[in-house]
Design a protein around this ligand. Structure first.
Ligand code: C5P
Length: 278
C-alpha cells in the first residue's frame, strides 16, 4: 500500500507538553499525522498544536463538538483558524448543527488558506450493541426483551449508517466509525466520503494471519468478540481496517502505552505492509 504512513493518525492522549515532545521525538520521521483529543487540548491548549506543527506533521483536532448550531459554527471556525487539518463533531447533533460546522470550517479555511475536513462521529468504538440498546431502548427492552433482542442484531450497523447519511446530507467530508462499518458506508455513500477508524489493535504472533483467514471465512463476529481490549469494543487490526476501505486509522495506546513506541509503530506498519491489499 502506497503512502500508508500518512494515513496512520497517532492519538496522543496526554495531559502535558513534555510527553507530547517526547513522543514527537521518538516517532520523528516515521509518524506524520497526530490526533489531539480533549485531554491534551484541555490541559495544554493550542500550544500542543504549535508543537506538532514544529515537527511538520498534520493534526486531527478531536474535540467532538455537540451543541447548538451557532456555538458549533464558532467553535469549528476558531479551531480551524488554529491551522488543523481535521475537526470533528457528533452526527447526533443533527443536520443544522453539522451544516453550521461545515460553514465554520469553510470560513476558517479562507483565513488559513488550507482545506479542513469536517468529520462526524457516528457511534463511538467503545460502544457495542448492548450499550446502544441500553442508551436508546432501555425501557422497551424491559417491556418485551425477546422481541427486541431479535431486532437488535442490526441496530448498531443501521444506526452508524443512518448517522453517516445525515453527515453526508449535511455536506460533511466523512465520518469516524469502526472498521466494521467502513465498507458499508463506502458502498452506500461513495468512496469519496471519508472514513476514519479508531479502535485499532494488533495481536502478537500470527494473530493477524488468523484474522485474515477468519475474515475470508466470514467470521468477523468471532474476531470482534475475541479482541476486546481496554475500553474499546469494535476493534480491528490496522490492515483489516484498511481492507475495509478506511481512509485513515487512529492508533492510540497500542503505540503510546508501549515501552517502545517506535517499535510498536513499526509493528503497525508491518501489519499493513503484509496484509493490506491496496
Ligand atoms: O488508545 P486507543 O487506540 O483506544 O485510542 C483511540 C482514540 O480514538 C482515543 O483518543 C479516542 O478518544 C478516539 N476515538 C475513539 N472512538 C471514536 C472516536 C475517537 O476511540 N469513535
Amino acid at each position: 500500500m502506497e503512502n500508508f504512513k500518512e494515513r496512520v493518525i497517532i492519538a496522543i492522549d496526554y495531559n502535558n507538553l513534555k510527553s507530547v515532545k517526547d513522543i514527537l521525538e521518538r516517532l520523528k520521521g516515521e509518524a506524520y499525522f497526530y490526533k489531539i483529543g480533549s485531554e491534551l487540548f484541555t490541559s495544554c491548549g493550542s500550544q500542543s498544536i504549535g508543537l506538532i506543527k514544529d515537527y511538520g506533521c498534520k493534526i486531527f483536532l478531536d474535540l467532538k463538538f455537540h451543541d447548538i448550531p451557532n456555538t458549533v459554527y464558532n467553535a469549528v471556525k476558531s479551531a480551524g483558524e488554529l491551522g488543523v487539518d481535521i475537526i470533528n463533531v457528533h452526527a447526533s447533533g443533527g443536520i443544522e448543527m453539522m451544516k453550521s460546522a461545515k460553514r465554520g470550517g469553510i470560513e476558517a479555511a479562507k483565513k488559513t488558506g488550507k482545506s479542513i475536513d469536517i468529520i462526524a462521529v457516528t457511534v463511538l468504538t467503545n460502544l457495542a450493541r448492548e450499550d446502544i440498546k441500553d442508551i436508546f431502548y432501555y425501557f422497551e427492552d424491559r417491556v418485551n426483551s425477546d422481541n427486541l433482542n431479535k431486532n437488535h442484531a442490526d441496530i448498531l450497523r443501521n444506526l452508524v449508517l443512518h448517522l453517516a447519511k445525515l453527515a453526508k446530507i449535511s455536506g460533511l467530508d466523512g465520518v469516524v466509525c469502526s472498521g466494521y462499518e467502513s465498507l458499508e458506508i463506502k458502498k452506500n455513500l461513495g468512496d469519496d466520503f471519508k472514513t476514519i477508524t479508531p479502535g485499532i489493535r494488533l495481536k502478537r504472533g500470527n494473530y493477524a494471519a488468523e484474522v485474515q483467514r477468519s475474515l475470508k471465512a466470514g467470521n468477523i463476529k468471532n474476531i470482534e468478540d475475541g479482541m476486546r481490549i481496554d475500553d474499546q469494543k469494535r476493534i480491528m487490526t490496522p490492515s483489516m481496517a484498511f481492507n475495509s476501505k478506511a481512509d485513515y486509522i487512529v492508533v492510540g495506546r497500542e503505540v503510546t502505552a508501549s515501552n517502545d513506541p517506535l517499535d510498536a509503530l513499526k509493528a503497525i506498519y508491518n501489519d499493513i505492509e503484509r496484509f493490506a491489499k491496496n
